[in-house]
Design a protein around this ligand. Sequence first.
Ligand code: PLP
Length: 444
Amino acid sequence: MTQLIHRNLRRTPPTAVCAFGMYMRDKDGNTYMDASGGAAVSSLGHSHPDVLAAMQAQLKTTAYAHSGFFTTDVAEELAHRLGTDAPGDLNNVYLVSGGSEAIEAAMKMARQYCVENGETQRRVFIARKQSYHGNTLGALALGGNEARRKQFEPLLMTVARVSPCYEYRHRPAGQDPADYTAGLLDELERTILDAGPQNVIGFCAEPVVGATLGAVPATPGYFKGVRALCDKYGILFIADEVMCGMGRTGTLYAVEQEGVVPDIVALGKGLAAGYQPIGAVVVRDHVVERLRNGSGIFQHGHTYNAHPVAAAAALAVQKIIKRDCLLGAATVRGTTLRRMLRDAFGAHPHVGDIRGRGLLVGLELVQDRDTKRPFDPDLQLHAAVKEKALGCGLMVYPMGGTADGKRGDHILLAPPFIATEADLAQIVARLSDALTRALAAIAP
Ligand code: PLP
């Protein structure tokens, strides 16, 4: 029997037949509110007529042009826009096919930047524990998600690791946040020194951690400290904005809120809001100049780089975000959503933390609020929440806790920027129902 391989090889998911605005419907007639934008992708909701029109227009002119032969106006315009709207001199844009490829390209560009300067000994990347940067071998090596890495470990390059900035679990009660931040920066500096600064290519982190920790922003000053250390030791700072970028946290680039300019930013997901698979690497002038003045070639390149229809979708998405003031909407709606969640779950015995920035919002679930003790990961609470939520007609994006208790189960919410207050109230009501059912289902 021939078959489509699904990630879960034992279970075929429901068949999606149509999607419109906040809603998706399956073949059995069930309707779901998309409160997670899939995996924090669909920032404009589904079937936006202006994006569809832009894609159709592009399909009629040039559906495909190999980037080894041609460029296209639409790819040039998208790059110009992303570069113009980026902070500092992040003026240079390389278009790829998704988030993992954006990270691969960022890693390769960073390594090439060193090699073209004769610094071939630079081969160490530093990244954070409990991070996720994608699923291809390079991106997987960078990420610190042990469960995902485990069986591929022999194939992955060694990456030096530092602690994430995760106040809820790691800042002891009573410790000044500034001291907590200083401790993390000390750890990063020690890690750079242990590796030998002359051997380090770069440091990679998500400005707001999405999937692995559940919408965790950094403490004030953390990224300024990171930037200062990278400058001090001459290493590159790579910001992974695949999930938190493109307006999700209320500014087009999440780092804008940190007041720093990374050397390289990786984009994906919200770039074309799911209408097409596309990612990008946005790069500062000094990095591109070194490659231009050196070999003159960036040693990367996939068949679908700068795909015209994907670029048309992304360009339309970017125009709509600006035209409809959706960055402001993401900020305001995010504040409203967190307030509604606090009203509903602020005293809930098993909701330990409600956090996030803009419309990237997370809830961490705990066995005990006072001690922050997580649920036993074997109970698979996150999976129960996902299943019960689907039963309540709601899509959420949950992640399990770790066996070592370093992280509890959490639920990520990433509704589209077009969500109304009534939509948000509906999300909270359905989530409340789903959580009650999930807790009942895992109770012994
Ligand atoms: N980086 C981050 C922070 C992500 O959240 C993801 C995907 O979830 C990726 C990279 C990889 O993106 P993709 O799944 O599009 O390859």
